[in-house]
Each structure stands twice: as structure tokens, then as C-alpha cells.
Ligand binder design. Structure first.
Ligand code: G4P
Length: 546
């Protein structure tokens, strides 16, 4: 039995988070720098296969080799300042998929990385919505300040107007681009002066300089360089901070933890500038592993009975072994390799002996894990599905992982008629695994399924796996829908949607869903049917079959 004191200590020192951003904002660069601070320097190259290395570093799936991209969410664990950090990678670029969203179900906080020249971009916005749905605390890092950027106040305005979140800058930039001199830490009243280099060696860095506040008369001397230029930058900074004092939001940790207020940091990941200060402050403010709802009770991370939930399944990570790894977040108690636990949905006992941990492509046995940690279970039976709960002690079942609105849809245009059964089996299994979602017309069974995916690449993965694992050649025909909305309606005949450009279908759990061809059509439907709720995620269905 785990000691309550040790459990509390382990929980208190853990931070589990993900970085949300749009491609090219600098997520890989920031992740590498964070790892360098965590002393995991030798891992830095393993974060994401990049350009020339791509083909050699990533062989989880053949399709990765063909396309030179990384499909799988990796989990990186490192230590810094006495904290044990789990950083969950959210696949982006073309490999953006439902897994990217699901990752956010397994974290306790998110870092929103924004390119200072571009502001809030579409992928960030989508991921932000998922964070908001979960009420996750969000910490914003505005990157690439060494390049010509948008005005900081303008970026803050955008966070509020586009994302609807208030913000509170923890640091403030002094100039930008060629004129970027560094940042002023409003909490500690220190100046961190900018150097254009990417080393992580703290010994080479200029030490932060404590000043007597933003009005400090020695400001220009401390910053150095062209006095007139620095005086001008100081004036701009003072004016902006004055404005923030009046119109901005004061720091309020309660609001931060509820996801209502985002602390903002400025820096340059490439130059490793502002990253360490950000990491320290983030670890200080971000919450330890949080409680979760299960059967209407809240399971606390510090509850001594072990429990957790599967949030992602990755098949074929090792093509030689055709294996399947189910990623599991420990929610309470202690996991020990070889322990006994129960599968809530199947009401079945397991000995949990096939636990692994990942470092990029390397895998090692995981002997123990604590709340907030991610364990990979090698699953030969295929019985671990997304949203499933494992527990020891009193029965609990977590609420599960929602299904998110696909943005790509297709029908099966052709396949070998003799292999229809085989195809159905493949589609069913891959939908259980979360590779795609399956919809069909109400009352028509599943002979003509409509397949949905959050990212277009999911369809390629599907075709590849159906061919490779189920030996069926199939061709997909893309449909012109862009969004699905699960509908909760009273008194509205959903068949009406079949008469418009949209269509009415049902999903795997027989929940009604409407597919739309444009965002405009969704707004139109929302206005026309004010009593109908159009949901972006599938309502959670209690999973245990009674
Ligand atoms: P991603 O994972 O979010 O897609 O972004 P990634 O880190 O790959 O960074 C995208 C590009 O932005 C890279 O340049 C990277 O060097 C650059 N970058 C990241 N942080 C900063 C920063 O603070 N300042 C500046 N100036 N650039 C930054 P690239 O030329 O596309 O790739 P590479 O050849 O340098 O790898």
C-alpha cells in the first residue's frame, strides 16, 4: 500500500502539460530548449524528426517514412527545479488529428505558443477551444521577439477579441526585432537582457538585473547600447505598462487556475531567451495533477487507490512486432509494474506487467508511475480503448474522452466485394481505436458508412492500415462537408436537414449528428433553430454495458 505522505509529495512535484500552437510558431524549438534545461540534452534531437533527419529518426509507421512526418504523440519526462515534468507533444502540421485534441484531455495545463509576428492562428484557436472546454489553465509564451513583431498590446487585444480570454503579462518586452533588448519581469522587477545565441549554458548568460521598478533612472545604463534608442524604448515600455496598469488585469492565481486569465511571457525560443524564466514561473504557477470526475464523484490525485484512463492508442509503433500501445494517464494512487487492476468497462481483472515509457523512439520498461504520469501499455488483446478506466479498490469509471468534430469526410468508393466483412471489421476496429469516426444514415445500418476525420492524414493512415493489416484495398471518395455537430433537439424534425445542403446522420452510439458544408451553414442553422443545441463534441455516453 502506498503511503499517503509519499503520494502527496509525488503529486505535488508533478506538472503535466502540452504546448498548443500553430505550425512554425516554434514548438519544436521551445520543447528542445525546455529539455535542455531538464538536463535531457541528449534527447533534444528526438523531439521531432526535422528536415534531413526525418527519415531516419522516425519509423513508427511506414507512412511516416513515406511522408517524413511524425504522427505519434510522444511523451517527454524530465526534471527541473525539483519538479517532475511530463510534456505531452501535440502533433501539428499535416499530422494534426483527433489525437492532438485527445492529448489535451490528459494534461493539467497548456502552454499556448504564439508567433509574435502572426498572433493567434487557426490551429491554436482550435486547440484553445478544447482547453477552454476542459477549463485548463493556459500560459502564453509569445515567441520570436528577435524578429519584427506585432505590437504587444495589439497581441493582447487579439487574445481577448479572438479567443475571449483576459491576460496578464508577467514579463514585458523592451523593443522588438533588431531593437529587441530584453524583457522586464513585472513580478520580480528584474531586467533580463537579450543575447543573440542559442546556448543553454547558464554560465554564458547575463544575470538578471534587479531594478527599482519600471521608472528606474539607471534603466538606459543597465540596458546599454545606443542611449537615445534605449531611452526611447524605455519610454514606450513605460507608456505601455501604464496603460496595462489602468486597463489590464491584475495577476490573480485563482483566475489563472480556472483558465479565465492567461499569464503572458515574451521571449525567443531560438535564442533560448526568456525560456528559463518562463519555465520557472510556469512550474511555480501551474497546478499539480488535478482531480477528475468519475461516476459523479471526484477522484483526487492524492487518493491512495490506483486509477487512470486511456486517452490514446497507437498501433504499429514497432512494425516488426505489429504491436499496439495504449497510452494511459495515471489519475490517482501509485502504479507499480505487475500490479493487479480492474478494467471498468469490461469488469475484468488484469496484471499490468507490460508497461513502457517513451523517449522519442526509444522505449524502456516503466516500473512505477504516479498521478500525472503517462504509462504506455502494450496491448495484445485490443481491449484497452480510448476513454477506458483501470482502477484498483472501489469501482470507478471516468467520464471518458469526448469525440471531436471531424473536418474531413469520405465514403468508401470501392473495395473488393468479397472482402466486405473484412473491411467492416477493419473500419470498426480502427474506429474503436480512434483513427476515424463512423457515421451512417438513421435506420440504414452501416452498409454505407460515412467516415470522418479531424485531420486529412487520418484517412491516409486508415487506407494504409486497412491494406496492411486487413488485406483490403479500398478507395475513399471525399465528401464536401467541413464540420459535424452533434444535436440535442426537442421537437425539431432532424430530417429537415436532409432537404438542405447539410445531412442528418447518426454516429456509432446512435447519437444524431448533422454534417455541414460551411461554417456559414452552421450559423444559419443555429439562428433558425434556437432551441436546438449544436455541439462540437459528442455527448459522453456511459460506457459500461449494463
Ligand atoms: P514548430 O515546431 O512550431 O512547427 O516550429 P519550429 O520549432 O520548427 O520552428 C519553426 C521555425 O521558426 C524554425 O525555422 C525555427 O528555427 C524558427 N524559430 C523558432 N523560434 C524562433 C525564435 O525565437 N526566433 C526566430 N527568429 N526564429 C525562431 P526554420 O528556418 O523553418 O527551420 P530550421 O531550419 O531553423 O529548423
Amino acid at each position: 500500500m502506498v503511503s499517503a505522505k509519499e503520494l502527496q509529495e509525488q503529486v505535488a512535484r508533478r506538472r503535466t502539460f502540452a504546448i498548443i500552437s500553430h505550425p512554425d510558431a516554434g514548438k519544436t524549438t521551445l520543447t528542445e530548449k525546455l529539455l535542455l534545461y531538464g538536463g535531457a540534452i541528449h534527447l533534444a534531437g528526438a523531439v521531432k524528426a526535422k528536415s534531413s533527419q526525418r527519415n531516419t529518426t522516425s519509423d513508427w509507421m511506414e507512412i511516416e517514412r513515406q511522408r517524413g512526418i511524425s504522427i505519434s504523440t510522444s511523451v517527454l519526462q524530465f526534471e527541473y527545479g525539483g519538479k517532475k515534468i511530463n510534456l505531452l507533444d501535440t502533433p501539428g502540421h499535416k499530422d494534426f488529428s483527433e489525437d492532438t485534441y485527445r492529448t489535451l484531455v490528459a494534461v493539467d495545463a497548456a502552454v499556448m505558443l504564439i508567433d509574435a509576428a502572426k498572433g493567434v492562428e487557426p490551429q491554436t484557436r482550435k486547440l484553445f477551444e478544447v482547453c477552454r472546454m476542459r477549463g485548463l489553465p493556459i500560459f502564453t509564451f509569445i515567441n520570436k521577439m528577435d524578429r519584427p513583431s506585432r505590437e504587444p498590446l495589439d497581441l493582447i487585444d487579439e487574445l481577448e477579441n479572438v479567443l475571449g480570454i483576459r491576460s496578464t503579462p508577467v514579463s514585458w518586452p523592451i523593443g522588438m526585432g533588431e531593437q529587441f533588448k530584453g524583457i522586464y519581469d513585472r513580478r520580480t522587477e528584474e531586467l533580463l537582457l537579450f543575447q543573440r545565441d542559442g546556448t543553454a549554458n547558464a554560465k554564458n548568460r547575463l544575470a538578471p538585473v534587479k531594478i527599482s521598478g519600471v521608472e528606474d533612472p539607471n534603466f538606459a545604463d543597465i540596458v546599454g547600447g545606443d542611449v537615445d534608442e534605449v531611452k526611447q524604448l524605455h519610454k514606450v515600455m513605460k507608456d505601455e505598462l501604464d496603460l496595462l496598469e489602468i486597463a489590464g488585469d491584475p495577476f490573480d492565481i485563482e483566475k489563472v487556475l480556472k483558465g479565465q486569465l492567461t499569464p503572458i511571457f515574451f521571449g525567443s525560443a531560438l535564442n533560448n531567451f526568456g525560456v528559463e524564466r518562463f519555465l520557472e514561473t510556469f512550474l511555480d504557477m501551474a497546478p499539480p495533477p488535478q482531480g477528475r470526475d468519475a461516476n459523479d464523484i471526484e477522484v483526487l490525485a492524492t487518493d491512495t487507490d490506483f486509477s487512470g484512463m486511456f486517452f490514446k492508442i497507437q498501433a504499429n509503433m514497432d512494425p516488426q512486432h505489429r504491436d499496439r500501445v495504449s497510452f494511459f494517464r495515471v489519475c490517482s494512487g501509485k502504479f507499480t509494474r505487475g500490479m493487479d487492476a480492474k478494467h471498468a468497462r469490461l469488469d475484468k481483472d488484469y496484471k499490468l506487467s507490460k508497461s513502457v515509457q517513451f523517449f522519442g523512439q526509444e522505449r524502456v520498461a516503466m516500473e512505477e508511475a504516479w498521478p500525472g504520469d503517462i504509462v504506455g501499455f502494450l496491448d495484445t488483446t485490443g481491449e484497452f480503448r480510448i476513454g477506458d478506466t483501470l482502477y484498483a479498490g472501489k469501482k470507478i469509471e471516468f467520464q471518458g474522452v469526448p469525440r471531436f468534430s471531424p473536418e474531413h469526410f469520405a465514403t468508401v468508393a470501392s473495395s473488393d466485394p468479397l472482402k466486405r466483412k473484412q473491411l467492416k471489421k477493419g473500419l470498426d476496429q480502427l474506429s474503436e481505436e480512434g483513427v476515424i469516426q463512423i457515421f451512417h444514415r438513421p435506420g440504414q445500418g452501416d452498409s454505407q458508412p460515412i467516415l470522418g476525420a479531424v485531420g486529412a492524414l487520418q484517412f491516409e493512415v486508415l487506407e494504409h492500415r486497412i491494406r496492411d493489416e486487413y488485406r483490403v484495398d479500398m478507395k475513399l471518395e471525399k465528401l464536401g462537408f467541413v464540420k459535424a455537430r452533434w444535436v440535442v433537439s426537442e421537437g425539431v424534425d432532424l430530417d429537415e436537414f436532409n432537404r438542405t445542403d447539410s445531412i442528418y446522420l447518426v454516429d456509432r452510439d446512435n447519437l444524431p449528428v448533422i454534417l455541414f458544408r460551411t461554417d456559414w451553414a452552421i450559423s444559419w442553422a443555429e439562428q433558425k433553430y434556437p432551441k436546438v443545441q449544436f455541439l462540437t463534441t459528442a455527448p459522453l455516453v456511459r460506457k459500461t454495458k449494463k
